[in-house]
Ligand binder design. Structure first.
Ligand SMILES: Nc1ncnc2c1ncn2[C@@H]1O[C@H](COP(=O)(O)OP(=O)(O)OP(=O)(O)O)[C@@H](O)[C@H]1O
Ligand SMILES: [Mg+2]
Ligand SMILES: [Zn+2]
Length: 508
C-alpha cells in the first residue's frame, strides 16, 4: 500500500482525474506490485487506465497488446497529448518509422508501446524487446483469446510464447465480457501465475429488459414505430439485421415525422461521422444501425435500445444494450424476435464462420434464444451468463408479468414441466454418447449444468467439451428434459444397484 500516494499523484498529474472508478485502484495496486492480473470490467468502465497508470509508475516499458489499430490510435493520441512517451507499432507505419520507434524503445525512451498480437509474437520484434527493459505486458480485449468468446482471434493464443523470453515480467489481461469458461481460457492461455482476478459489477438496475416474439415483419415495424412515436423527444438506437433493413426502418420512421437516420458499414466514413454527430447533438433522435454503430460512442442519455432482430449472442446483446442509460436514468432495452430470425442468423453465421468454430457459435445463439423464450427474470439470466448472481430484478417484462399475475391470481395454476429447446436435446444426446455409463442421472445433470460436483472433478470431466453446455438453464428444466429423453428411449439408464446414463442405442 506504500504506493497509494504515488498512484493518486499519477492519476491527477497525467490524467487530470481526482477519483477512481470501482476496482480501478485495487487493480492498479496489484499491477504495480508485479502480480499477474485478470480484470473484467464493464464496457466504458475504465480499463485502459488500469494499465496506463501503472506503466507511468513502473521503471521500464509497458507493452500493450491490442487487437485494433483504431483502438490503439485513440489511446496513443490521448496519451501523447498528456506528454507521455507512447508509440504504436503496426503495419500502417512505414518501414523507417517502425525502425525509429524500435530504436527509441531500445534506448529506453518509450513508456508504453502498443502492438498488435501478430506483431507481438514475431521473432524480430521479440529480439528487439529483449534489448529493452520490459516491465509489464498488458493484454487488452483478452476475451479474443478464447474460442468460447464472441470475438476469437487465433493470434492471441500465441502470446503465451512471450513468457519464455520474459520470465518474471507480469502479465495483466483486460476484458469487458467474459463468461466463466472464457475467464478460464484467458488464465490458461496466457499462463497467468496465480493471478489477482477482479470482476466488476455488471448489473445495470436502470435498464428495463423486455422481449417480444413477433414473426410478422410489418407488425414488428409498426410496433417499433409506435414505441418510438411515444418517445419522440428522446434518443434511441434501433439495431437491425442488414444494411437494407436499417434504411427501410429509418424511412418508415421518417414517415411518422420521426427524425431517424440509417447507419451501417456500407456508408462512407463521412456520412457515418455525420450521422453520429447529428445523434450526439440531438439533431436526429433515432439511429437505425447495424452493429457497426456504437463502438466508441459515448452518449449518456440514450433512453432506449431496440433490437429489431435477434442479435447473435448474449455477450453482443448485453454490450449493445449497455449503450442505453449511461447516465443512470431509467431506459428501455427491447428485443423483437422470431424462430425465423434464428434460422436466418444461423445461415449467415454458417457462411461467415469456419466449421471448427460453428459449435461454439451455435451454442451462443441458442443461449440467446433461450433468453428470449424464458419466463424467468431477464436480468437475472443475463447476469448469470457473466456468473453474477442476483435476485429477480422486479423491473423486466417477466418480473412485471409475475407481479400482475400475483395480483390477479386467486387460485394457483399448476406449473407445466418446462423443457429445454429442441437443439439442446442434441447436445445432451451427444454428451451421453461421449460419457456412456459414467454418470447417474443427477450427476449427468450436474455435468450438463457445469456444477462442480465431486464426481465431475475426480473423473477430470470439467475439461470435457460438453461440460456446462446447459449452464444457463435451471436444473429442474435440464432434469425434466433428461427424463423425457429417457422416456422416449433416446437415452437409457442401466446398471445393477446404481443406474447410469447411456445413449439410447449402446445399452448393454
Ligand atoms: N477514474 C476515472 N474518472 C473519470 N473518468 C474515467 C476514469 N477512468 C476512466 N475514465 C474515462 O472513462 C472512459 C472509458 O474508459 P476506457 O476506454 O478505458 O473504458 P474501457 O473499460 O476500456 O471500455 P471498453 O470495454 O469499451 O474498451 C474514458 O473516457 C476514460 O477517460
Ligand atoms: Mg478498452
Ligand atoms: Zn426481472
Amino acid at each position: 500500500m506504500k504506493k497509494r500516494h504515488e498512484i493518486q499523484d499519477t492519476l491527477e498529474r497525467f490524467f487530470h482525474l481526482q477519483t477512481f472508478r470501482p476496482n480501478q485502484e485495487a487493480i492498479i495496486q496489484s499491477v504495480v506490485s508485479g502480480h499477474d492480473v485478470l480484470a473484467i470490467m464493464a464496457t466504458g468502465g475504465g480499463k485502459s487506465l488500469c494499465y496506463q497508470l501503472p506503466a507511468l509508475m513502473l521503471s521500464g516499458m509497458t507493452v500493450v497488446i491490442s487487437p485494433l489499430i483504431a483502438l490503439m490510435k485513440d489511446q496513443v493520441d490521448a496519451l501523447l497529448a498528456q506528454g507521455v512517451n507512447v508509440a504504436m507499432l503496426n503495419s500502417s507505419l512505414t518501414y523507417d518509422r517502425q525502425r525509429a520507434i524500435e530504436a527509441a524503445a531500445v534506448a529506453g525512451k518509450i513508456r508504453i508501446l502498443y502492438v498488435s498480437p501478430e506483431r507481438a509474437v514475431q521473432a524480430d520484434f521479440v529480439d528487439m524487446l529483449q534489448k529493452c527493459t520490459v516491465s509489464l505486458f498488458a493484454v487488452d480485449e483478452a476475451h479474443c483469446i478464447s474460442m468460447w468468446g464472441h470475438q476469437f482471434r487465433p493470434e492471441y493464443r500465441r502470446i503465451k510464447g512471450l513468457r519464455a523470453f520474459f520470465p518474471g515480467v507480469p502479465f495483466a489481461a483486460f476484458t469487458a465480457t467474459a463468461t466463466r469458461r472464457v475467464r478460464e481460457d484467458i488464465i490458461n492461455e496466457l499462463r497467468l501465475q496465480s493471478p489477482d482476478v477482479f470482476i466488476g459489477n455488471f448489473d445495470r438496475p436502470n435498464l428495463r429488459y423486455a422481449v417480444y416474439k413477433e414473426p410478422h415483419r410489418e407488425v414488428r415495424m409498426k410496433k417499433i414505430a409506435s414505441y418510438v412515436a411515444a418517445h419522440r423527444n428522446v434518443s434511441g438506437i434501433i439495431y437491425c439485421f442488414s444494411r437494407a433493413d436499417t434504411e427501410e426502418m429509418a424511412a418508415f420512421l421518417m414517415k411518422s415525422q420521426i427524425m431517424a437516420a440509417p447507419y451501417h458499414a456500407g456508408m462512407s466514413t463521412r456520412d457515418r461521422a455525420r450521422v453520429q454527430e447529428m445523434f450526439q447533438s440531438n439533431t436526429i433522435s433515432v439511429v437505425c444501425a447495424t452493429i457497426a454503430f456504437g463502438m466508441g460512442i459515448d452518449k449518456p442519455d440514450v433512453r432506449y435500445v431496440i433490437h429489431a432482430h435477434l442479435p447473435k449472442d448474449l455477450e453482443s446483446y448485453y454490450q449493445e444494450t449497455g449503450r442505453a442509460g449511461r447516465d443512470g436514468l431509467a431506459s428501455d432495452c427491447l428485443l423483437f424476435y422470431s424462430a425465423g430470425d434464428r434460422a436466418k442468423m444461423l445461415r449467415l453465421m454458417e457462411k461467415e464462420t469456419d466449421e471448427a468454430k460453428m459449435p461454439a457459435v451455435r451454442e451462443r445463439l441458442y443461449q440467446l434464444y433461450f433468453y428470449c423464450e424464458t419466463k424467468e427474470c431477464r436480468r437475472k439470466l443475463l447476469l448469470k451468463y457473466f456468473d453474477q448472481e442476483m435476485d429477480n430484478c422486479g423491473n423486466c417484462d417477466n418480473c412485471a408479468a409475475k407481479k400482475r399475475a400475483a395480483k390477479k391470481s386467486v387460485k394457483s395454476v399448476p406449473k407445466n414441466a418446462e423443457l429445454l429447446p429442441k437443439e439442446m436435446e442434441e447436445e445432451i444426446l451427444f454428451a451421453a454418447g461421449e460419457l456412456e455409463g459414467m454418470l447417474t442421472v443427477p450427476e449427468f445433470v450436474s455435468f450438463l449444468i457445469g456444477l462442480d460436483r465431486l464426481k465431475t472433478k475426480t473423473l477430470g470431466l470439467r475439461r470435457h467439451k460438453s461440460y456446462g453446455v446447459a449452464k444457463y438453464y435451471q436444473r429442474s428444466v435440464v432434469t425434466n428434459t433428461v427424463e423425457k429423453l429417457i422416456e422416449d428411449g433416446r437415452l437409457r439408464t442401466a446398471g445393477d444397484s446404481i443406474k447410469k446414463v447411456y445413449s439410447g442405442k449402446n445399452v448393454r
